[in-house]
Structure formats: C-alpha cells, structure tokens
Design a protein around this ligand. Sequence first.
Ligand code: PLP
Length: 377
Amino acid sequence: MIPFNKPYLTGKEAHYMYQAVYTGKLSGNGVFTKKCQQFFEEKYGFKKTLLTTSCTDALEMCALLCEVGPGDEVIVPSYTFVSSALAFVRQGCKIIFADSMASNPNIDAEKIEALITPKTKVIVCVHYAGVACDMDRIMEIANRHHLLVVEDAAQAIDSYYKGRPLGTIGHLSAFSFHETKNIIAGEGGLLGINDERFIRRAEILWEKGTNRSEFFRGEVNKYGWVDTGSSFLPSEVVSAFLWAQLESMEGIQNKRKMLWERYYEGLQPLAEKGFVQLPQIPDYATNNAHMFYLVCRNLEERTGLIQYLKEHDVLSVFHYLSLHKSEYYTSHNTNIPDLPNCDMYADCLVRLPMYYELTVDEVDRIINWISSYYSVK
Ligand SMILES: Cc1ncc(COP(=O)(O)O)c(C=O)c1O
C-alpha cells in the first residue's frame, strides 16, 4: 500500500531530543526554542516568532492579539481547516465565510470587499497547498478599511508571494508542524508577528498571562500575572525535534518539489484531455510542494477515483468539507451563504500521496493508475 503521508525523520531528531533531556531543561522557551525562532526570524524576516504547540494555538493567539469579541465579524474562507475559523469563534466573533477562486482554492480577493461591514475587524487568508493568496489585493483592501490580516500559513512554509515569504505579509500569521506538513514536530506551530505593536502582548499570552519573558531577559526584577493567556509554548523536547527538521529543510523541499513536478508532467495529458484540472500556480506565487492535488469533474468521478486507487493499493484523500455547510455553522447561523467554488473543491478535489520518501517509481505507478481509471471511462 502506498500511504497518503509518511512522516520523514532526518535521523537527528532523537539526538537533539536527547540533548534537551540530558541538559535538564525540558520546559519551553529554552535553547532549542530560541534556535528555531531565530531561524525563522533570520531566514524570512519576521519581526518576532514564537513557537506554539500547534497552528491552532497560534491562530488562537492571533485572535487574542486582534482583540476581537462578540459583535465583531471576521472574514474567513469556507474552504479551510476548522481552526482558521474556530480561533475567532472562541472569542465570540461572527464568521463571514468567503468563496474560493474558480482557478485555485484560495480566497477570492475580489469578493472580499462585498463582505465588509462596519463590524468587520479581521480578514483571515489561507495559503492553500502552500500557494499564496493575492496578498497585495488583500492588504490594500484591509488597509483601506482599517482591518487586520491574519495569514493562516499552516501549509505555507518556505513559500513566497512576489518574492516575499508567506507569513510575513499580514499583521500576524500561523504555521503548522503537524506530522502531515513539510517540516514536522508531531504536533507544533509557530506564531509570526510582523507588526511590532503585538510583540510584548504575544509574549505574555504565550507565557500564561505573565511577563516571565521580560523577567528572563532581566528587564523586570520579578514577574507576575498581567494579562489573559494560556500555555501556548511547546516543551524543549518538541523544539529539539523541530530543530533537526529545520536543519534539513532545503533537502526536504528539493525532494518534494521534484516529486511534485513528476506528478505534474505525468498527469498533463489527462488535463489536456479535460478529465482533470491540475493545480494552477499564479505568477505571483511559488510552489512549496506541500501537496499535489487534482480537481475531478464531479463528486461521482472523484469517489470512483479514490476507490479505484485504493483497490490498487494507493491511498488518496479528499480534503475540506465546506465550513459554511458544517453542522456547527448551520446550527448557529441562519443566513447560510452560497459559495459555489468552495463547494466545487469540497466535492471534486483529491490529494495524492506526497511525502519525502515517496519514490519516482511510486509516483509513476500512481500516474499510470489514474490514467487507466480515465481510459476505462
Ligand atoms: C489551513 C490550516 N489551518 C490550520 C490547521 C491546523 O494546524 P494544527 O494541526 O497544527 O493545529 C491546518 C491543519 O492541517 C490547516 O490545514
């Protein structure tokens, strides 16, 4: 069976985890946490980063930092993971769902402005499959309406918009190191801060509402409870694991991109015949090879393809169910919007196996099975 995902280990994870254990500093905000945060700040130019226990946690920190609550509205694409919306729902906000583009599952920037009301406070954009949203357009709309922008960059590590690293463009951003991502820590995340006014409060929220970070830097002579917050920081064991992955990032990315290109070239003939649509990467975006997906012509064909591949020992999966049609949203809201592109991706998108240890030979076998599924039609 070719699995859908297989977490890749560089071989150094256990070594660094042992170092963390051996030095006796196991709680968060130690040497490995600082190394990882510095890596992101220096390589990509964030004003500040904070490791978190998940991307969901980083998004919750974003919602707290945006200081939103009951009566406020937040614009979120419906084609996304629950956490992009949930972080703001937990603050009591109303979610206004936006549609995807026809050519790409990302939020359709041209449809955002019509959703803005005097209650709107934040736009959340999700870089689906690590491919950038149209950030110039989104930032221009946000600036004109005095809104904050949160980039859900869960899938977008090491990917760019017009040469700018994803996660560094909005006011705040959130990354994931869940085991399905390019760079993993089992569970893990990162908060990216691009607007200096959020840094002090972010450190406090991160450390259970205390100013402990300032105390450790010697800026205050005692620390205490100063704000709300939670225990958002991971232990050093998790950060040590992540550090091993970050050291090998270039090799991981190169291999994934090679596999992605192989899929793309091999499936081109099927796309030319109109059986499937391949991912479309806009000129302003790069591809970080987080995911290889196809868009089938309808739900029935997609269900058939997933089943056919399974019968031939290949695990492929569909992705998000439209959040605006979810049990939670429909039971808490009366006006359910019509978002046809989102529904189309929910019905037609299929993700193919993509992981570091996948071989070229396996990719070729998967391409052949997909081609044979369509040739029998
Ligand atoms: C777009 C998006 N946002 C948020 C998350 C949540 O990430 P985590 O599992 O690290 O909390 C995911 C998870 O896959 C995701 O795809």
